[in-house]
Design a protein around this ligand. Structure first.
Ligand code: SF4
Length: 372
């Protein structure tokens, strides 16, 4: 530990890194003004999201919500719709909550104070450090996956990156190396270096501005750094969902706010338990909604991933038996019978969205009831 810290003290990476950043910095919309609101939105959006995709969502978001107050005053359903496709919807719900606090208590201004930022919903140490340093140029080190990788290679750290001791080592080094008064540029330069040059696989060491300081390069361990811990086991969960047709309407229900994908809409169903998928979808719909349906035909099976879960979702077109549209919802909080053309105005999680995309592309007539 002591050796690593003394190495970091003697490591003169700042100037070559900043020189490189001046030349190679990515042209990102929030970098034109460093408006704290823009930086906040970009940081939340870019968690678990690729940069190109994040920029598209960012521009669309700022076009609709140009200020914090615009977010605070918007309906949660609209917020979720603008977030649709980014996943991890708790981020959007927390962003909405935080915007209300900022509008009501902080005069609509996103703070740049690290400690104050930590008090806002959905803002943890990483996001607080990013906003404080990038928007406010406060002397706070930012450590994300890219930065961790760069440091693990620069100092050839041979302990698993996920271990708390390793995290502490990197955090100590990051604090030590941070050039006072230049955190905005330094932090972004490190993140860009990790995103553009020091890539997880096949890093471009030959063009790296820090190549002459890189210990892993010197000793030939680049491909083994950072050291990864044991991979998380993927758990497969099979589910069924019923697209219930009745006349010219389709049934959708809204998930409870505190549930996974809270506030989003879906087709009713549940986890595949005993029985066949067809039997199960009829049973689950009855349990979840009290609607009595029969399966008309299987539609498609889609797969999506959520944290360490692989969700295999079997979908069926169902028809209401009789004319009873009364529902008693068990876990959902709202339900609607909507015309297919209106489905696009609701936010759906990945599974139902893939099903809708499949129907639109292959069999849009599926939603039409057979003529008597
Ligand atoms: S020399 Fe290679 S491994 Fe080392 S920091 Fe640069 S890109 Fe990363």
């Amino acid at each position: 530990m002591r050796e690593l810290l003394s190495n970091s003290k003697n490591c003169h990476i700042v100037e070559p890194l900043l020189l490189w950043f001046r030349r190679a910095a990515r042209d990102l919309p929030w970098r034109s003004t460093y408006d704290p609101y823009h930086v906040w939105i970009s940081e939340i959006m870019l968690q678990q999201t690729q940069m190109d995709r994040g920029v598209v969502y960012f521009n669309r978001w700022i076009g609709r919500f140009p200020t914090v107050r615009a977010v605070a005053e918007a309906d949660l359903q609209e917020i979720l719709k603008y977030w649709e496709g980014l996943g991890y919807y708790a981020r959007a719900r927390n962003l909405h909550k935080a915007a209300k606090v900022i509008a009501d208590e902080l005069d609509g201004q996103v703070p740049c104070n690290y400690q104050l930022l930590l008090t806002l919903p959905g803002i943890g140490p990483y996001t607080a450090a990013a906003i404080a340093s990038v928007a406010g140029n406060q002397d706070v080190a930012v450590i994300d996956a890219n930065v961790t990788r760069v440091y693990a290679r620069l100092f050839d750290i041979d302990t698993p990156a996920g271990e708390s001791l390793t995290k502490k080592r990197i955090s100590d080094m990051a604090r030590e190396l941070l050039p006072r008064g230049r955190a905005r540029l330094y932090n972004q330069a490190l993140m860009d270096l990790g995103g553009l040059v020091c890539l997880p696989r096949n890093p471009s060491c030959e063009v790296c501005p820090l190549a002459s300081f890189c210990k892993a390069r010197q000793v030939g361990t680049v491909a083994e750094r950072p050291v990864l811990g044991p991979g998380k086991k993927i758990i497969t969960v099979e589910k069924v969902a019923g697209i219930i047709r009745h006349g010219d309407r389709i049934f959708i229900q809204q998930r409870a706010l505190e549930a996974v994908w809270g506030g989003l809409w879906e087709f009713p169903g549940g986890e595949l338990q005993d029985g066949t998928a067809e039997e199960e979808v009829v049973r689950q719909i009855l349990t979840e909604t009290s609607l009595v349906v029969r399966v008309v035909l299987p539609v498609t099976t889609v797969i999506h991933h959520y944290t360490r879960y692989k969700i295999v979702l079997h979908s069926f077109l169902c028809e209401l038996i009789g004319r009873n549209t009364q529902t008693t919802l068990r876990s959902a909080v709202d339900s609607r019978w909507v015309v297919p053309a209106d489905l696009g105005s609701y936010a759906f999680p990945a599974g139902p969205r893939k099903i809708l995309k499949y129907i639109k592309a292959t069999s849009p007539s599926l939603f039409e009831s057979p003529r008597p």
